[in-house]
Design a protein. Structure first.
Length: 383
């Protein structure tokens, strides 16, 4: 088991309608903010309550929503220029992982002398960051509390990882009501992807007793949601269950790491604009089968947390097979593609994605050592 090194600074608040108190919390870090918001969220959700909360407390702000499919370096440059010209004292991010990628990059670079491309090419960020307040609109925020920011290099469409100050995020407001605009299919897809993220944290070479605590609870909560969607009854609403599971998964990643499914989903999304939840969900069961030889006991524990009723001291290979079968069953129920070929990409394109992943430092924290060839073999099995 890896050594534990843990430092986390943000206040985390999870409650229904907590986002309507955004202005009350924001006063602690400043009175001038840039609000970076997902443009899709604006179309499907009324955010007036959040903005009124800022105005009521006399907080000056302006909105930035010039965001394409995902976070890239040119979008960060535009947002950074606006933030500096407005002399903001902090950033508020409302949305999903792409919005947080842009917002965290802006916070990290605001006081930095290096250009973003200098940093992408290897320069270190040394200046103090702006404070960030995060309001997730989905449960999928694996890097939110970490020192890593996935960012697309607009020059090459290659996924890169910025290393930022670990205490950049000062506050995270998890509001289950922001999820109600999602369809059942979307919620299941994101739940599956987030479950995969929690399992990756549990299987990672960086896993420790602290990350295990959060990962196990995340797996239990997200599994309960996916089982409940088949007819089980729970005293907790689906939105609250998802928020709790997503928050726990994010905390698990903080002292552990994501794995091959998540990193491949990032690389494929960067290159070819494929939604992360599709690629990540497809690879999830294949990733389990791939690491079963090295992490069988842990995978058996995952199966137990997900309610697979089998003799867990018996045939462990059977347990692994049942777990992969259960995940594929959930994928089918969510009407998601089951194979990578269903994403309309070629094997040659996946070779490029595998090479991109192999160049990331995070590849060293996967459940087992994997180079470009190993990653491509995993993709071939899922193709």
């Amino acid at each position: 088991m890896a050594d534990l090194q843990f430092k986390i600074s943000p206040n985390i608040v999870l409650a229904t309608y907590i986002s309507s108190r955004l202005g009350l919390y924001a006063k602690e870090w400043g009175e001038r903010y840039m609000v970076i918001v997902d443009p899709v969220l604006k179309e499907v959700h009324n955010l007036d309550t959040l903005y009124e909360s800022l105005s009521t407390r006399h907080i000056d702000y302006f909105i930035f929503d010039e965001i394409d499919f995902s976070a890239d370096s040119e979008t960060v440059k535009r947002a950074l220029s606006l933030a500096r010209n407005a002399y903001v004292q902090g950033i508020i991010a409302i949305g999903g992982s792409s919005v947080f990628g842009i917002a965290r990059s802006v916070c990290a670079l605001f006081n930095e002398t290096h250009d973003i491309y200098d940093v992408l090419d290897g320069a270190s960020i040394k200046a103090d960051p702006l404070p960030l307040i995060a309001v997730p609109s989905t449960i999928r925020s694996p890097f939110l509390f970490t020192e890593f920011v996935p960012l697309i290099d607009a020059r090459s469409r290659q996924i890169r990882i910025l290393k930022v100050h670990p205490s950049l995020c000062k506050l995270a407001l998890f509001d289950p009501t922001l999820h109600v605009s999602l369809s059942q299919s979307q919620m299941k897809a994101i739940a599956l992807e987030t479950l995969g993220i929690a399992v990756e944290a549990y299987l990672s070479q960086k896993a420790n007793f602290f990350s295990d605590m959060f990962a196990e609870k995340a797996i239990e909560l997200l599994g309960s949601y996916l089982n409940a969607s088949e007819g089980d009854v729970s005293a907790i609403s689906p939105e609250v269950m998802l928020s709790q599971g997503g928050c726990m998964a994010s905390l698990a990643i903080t002292t552990s790491s994501v794995g091959p499914a998540t990193l491949t989903a990032l690389a494929v999304g960067a290159r070819y604009k494929i939604t992360h939840s599709l690629t990540g969900s497809i690879l999830f069961p294949y990733m389990l089968e791939d690491v079963a030889l090295f992490k069988r006991d842990r995978i058996v524990r995952v199966a137990q947390l997900l309610g697979i009723e089998e003799d867990l001291v018996g045939d462990k290979d059977r347990i692994v097979a049942l777990l992969a079968e259960r995940i594929r069953h959930w994928i089918a129920l969510a009407n998601l593609p089951a194979r990578l070929k269903d994403l309309s990409l070629t094997m040659e394109q996946f070779i490029i994605a595998a090479e991109d992943v192999s160049q990331l430092d995070l590849v060293n924290s996967m459940p087992r050592s994997m180079g470009a060839d190993d990653l491509f073999e995993l993709m071939k099995r899922a193709f």
